[in-house]
Ligand binder design. Structure first.
Ligand SMILES: Nc1nc2c(ncn2[C@@H]2O[C@H](COP(=O)(O)OP(=O)(O)OP(=O)(O)O)[C@@H](O)[C@H]2O)c(=O)[nH]1
Ligand SMILES: [Mg+2]
Length: 207
């Protein structure tokens, strides 16, 4: 039996591997992958930076639609697993053709990637679960891809509001067979919930 992975992995060698604009450009499926999905601007890239303690590893922006391809990061040297930072879904202002292209890319990757161990589905603490999030959750249920819901930007709402949203989101998550029953509450800004997220990622890699 191999030793369990330690969170110090996130302080060690981590590097950007490649961007895949289409499935044919995906890296060789030789190690487990963990994906970060969610609506545009929810904070996917920021959370990857907070988790790896590196500003600017994944590119972030105030403007939705920053991440436009599947971006892969190698964790560990020797390589242990990969993180995939995905384009946001549900971005109404992008041209319909672009939205469609991202949608196919995201869905095809999530549904068809054999080495994908878990998807973290990010939900903005200010907005809760939107219809487009439910669609993605249903798609993951159907494809039997295990996922875990993460509330982001917890620093942007008052504690009482956060409690209400977290309860609602947990209630919805419980109805989804492939969703992990426990939510993660995070703020990349305040580094809240980041240790728990690291443990959740390592647990998924080893699952
Ligand atoms: N206050 C606060 N702002 C955050 C947090 N996380 C992200 N942001 C801000 O939200 C904006 C979007 O963050 P990104 O990480 O680029 O979001 P994304 O989900 O990767 O966006 P796309 O790649 O466009 O889909 C940026 O201006 C971030 O600084 C957080 O925890 N707290
Ligand atoms: Mg991004």
């Amino acid at each position: 039996m191999t030793a369990p992975l330690h969170p110090k992995l996130f302080s060690g060698p981590i590097s950007f591997l490649k961007s895949a604009p289409q499935l044919q450009f995906l890296p060789d499926p030789k190690v487990p992958e963990i994906a970060f999905a969610g609506r545009s601007n929810v904070g996917k890239s920021s959370l990857i930076n907070a988790m790896t303690n590196r500003n600017g590893l994944a590119r972030t922006s105030n403007t939705p639609g920053r991440t436009q391809e599947l971006n892969f990061f190698d964790i560990g040297d020797p390589l242990i697993f990969r993180i995939c930072d995905m384009p946001g879904y549900g971005y109404a202002k992008a041209p319909p053709k672009v939205v469609q292209k991202w949608r196919f890319l995201i869905n095809d990757y999530l549904r068809g990637r054999a080495v994908l161990k878990r998807t973290f589905v990010l939900i903005d603490s200010r907005h809760g679960i939107k219809p487009v999030d439910e669609e993605v959750m249903e798609m993951l249920d159907k494809a039997a891809v295990s996922y875990r819901v993460v509330l982001t930007k917890a620093d942007k709402v008052k504690q009482e509001e956060l409690d209400v949203t977290a309860a609602k989101v947990a209630e919805i998550s419980k109805k989804h067979p492939a969703a992990h029953p426990d939510l993660l509450l995070t703020s990349s800004e305040k580094k809240q919930g980041i240790d728990e997220l690291r443990l959740a990622v390592l647990e998924a890699v080893q699952s």
